[in-house]
Design a protein around this ligand. Sequence first.
Ligand code: FES
Length: 100
Amino acid sequence: MAWKKVADKGAVAAGKGKAFKVDGKQIAIFNQDGYHAMDDLCVHQDGSIAPGKLEGDIVECPLHFWHYNIKTGELTDYLKEVKLETYPVEARDDGIYIDI
Ligand code: FES
């Protein structure tokens, strides 16, 4: 694992998420109660989760409304024990970094 700069500071608005390509992977960064990072592709049909509606720690996939915890990556409905990978995030002076 290594820290990589993903975006400039301010690239993800408060209360929103945004998708970024990092090392060929699509990662969602959420700015909700601090920054959180997890794999962006929904296990249902590979929808991008990043633009989904956020309520507290839960994001709703915009395609068919499956829900994930943005801090743990866990799918909270439909299937048990499904978890997207999450990554440590740091907001530094020059941007947002994740350990990937
Ligand atoms: S692709 Fe996410 S709920 Fe269907």
